[in-house]
Ligand binder design. Structure first.
Ligand SMILES: Cc1ncc(COP(=O)(O)O)c(C=O)c1O
Length: 331
């Protein structure tokens, strides 16, 4: 049992559902389970709920009134931060480094409904030219000029407080898996800012669990991404009083292979994965994150890269509101 001695707000009820996918398992000839973090939290939920419980607790403890974060146009992190900030009386400013679209669809529409202040600064960027840390530093400076003093949340909630949410999730999952006889297996997750993967790496390590995380990079967004993820996992272990050094080469990240042309550009494989899960199990994925990650899992199974008979656990991190911004690609 791990103790996580940091302040935490409540945004959801745990544990999130965990169950087998019988028809999909028959279809691919492997035992596949799903952990439903897509159904937790406010305003249509997702993995950022777990991160924000720790991040916003820290913000409130530090006396913050305004919160700033940033992301892609269909950022689920932005939408969930809007909902959570509203719930706790914080003023939220969202930065997007693209032109304001003529129509607000999907998550952008929800941000608007949730009362977030949205700033569109069409500077371009992205595409893997900078590290996540450098990008965050630059946005922080810009936000300081435009918004004044605030509590800053890096893209995707990529901070050690946020990753604590996935240490707690690792513990929850280990217990749920054990209850159905799973001690060993693979846990597949989409990696955008990498904080969910970092939290799971730290959590499974600290618990001595034999569940092995695999992150599927969905966007080719960051320079030196494995180093960034390793650093975050190390920070988490240090803050929990059990220092450990993950090196970049220890990070189980499949970089680039399933990202297609890049972040937020759907892939054929990803769209096929969305249809397959929808039509075997009645569960929806999204084209930006979970569809690509699920496609990666299916392909790796076919190539024999996810062991032989061990169970596979897909961590569904949410993102379904993004579907509604991709009607052309999916219809
Ligand atoms: C639906 C969804 N899945 C996965 C991720 C990736 O999580 P992380 O940023 O922790 O890598 C995100 C956010 O980036 C997301 O919105």
């Amino acid at each position: 049992m791990l103790s996580i001695p940091f302040p935490r707000l409540t945004l959801a009820t745990y544990p999130s559902p965990f169950h087998r996918l019988p028809r999909l398992s028959d279809h691919i000839g492997r035992d596949v389970w799903i952990k439903r973090d897509d159904v937790i939290g406010p305003a249509m939920g997702g993995n950022k709920t777990r991160k924000l419980e720790f991040i916003l607790a820290d913000a409130l403890e530090k006396g913050a009134r305004k919160v700033v974060t940033f992301g892609g146009l269909q950022s689920n992190h932005a939408r969930l931060t809007a909902a959570a900030a509203t719930r706790f009386g914080l003023e939220l400013h969202l930065f997007f480094f693209e032109r304001r679209p003529d129509r607000l669809q999907g998550n952008l529409l929800l941000n608007r409904l949730l009362g977030a202040r949205m700033h569109f600064v069409p500077l371009g960027g992205g595409g893997g030219g900078m590290t996540l840390e450098t990008t965050s530093r630059l946005v922080r400076l810009l936000a300081l000029m435009l918004v004044g003093p605030h509590y800053f949340i890096p893209v995707g909630g990529h901070m050690w407080q946020g990753a604590l949410g996935y240490v707690a999730a690792a513990q929850e999952l280990v217990e749920q898996a054990k209850a159905v006889g799973i001690e060993e297996g693979w846990v597949i997750v989409a990696a955008g800012s990498g904080g969910t993967l970092a939290g799971l790496m730290a959590g499974f390590h600290l618990l001595g669990a034999r569940l092995r995380p695999v992150g599927i990079d969905v966007g080719k967004l960051w320079k030196a991404f494995p180093r960034t993820i390793a650093r975050l996992a190390n920070d988490v272990c240090r803050h929990l009083g059990c220092p450990h050094t993950f090196r970049p080469e220890d990070v189980p990240l499949i970089e680039g292979t399933y990202a297609g042309e890049g972040y937020a550009v759907p892939t054929e494989q990803g769209n096929a994965a969305i249809r397959l899960l929808a039509q075997t199990e009645g569960i929806l994925l999204d084209p930006v994150y979970t569809g690509k990650a699920f496609a990666g899992m299916l392909d790796m199974v076919e190539r024999g890269q996810l062991g032989q008979g061990e169970p596979l656990i897909f961590l569904h991190t949410g993102g379904v509101p993004g579907l509604f911004a991709y009607t052309d690609a999916l219809s």
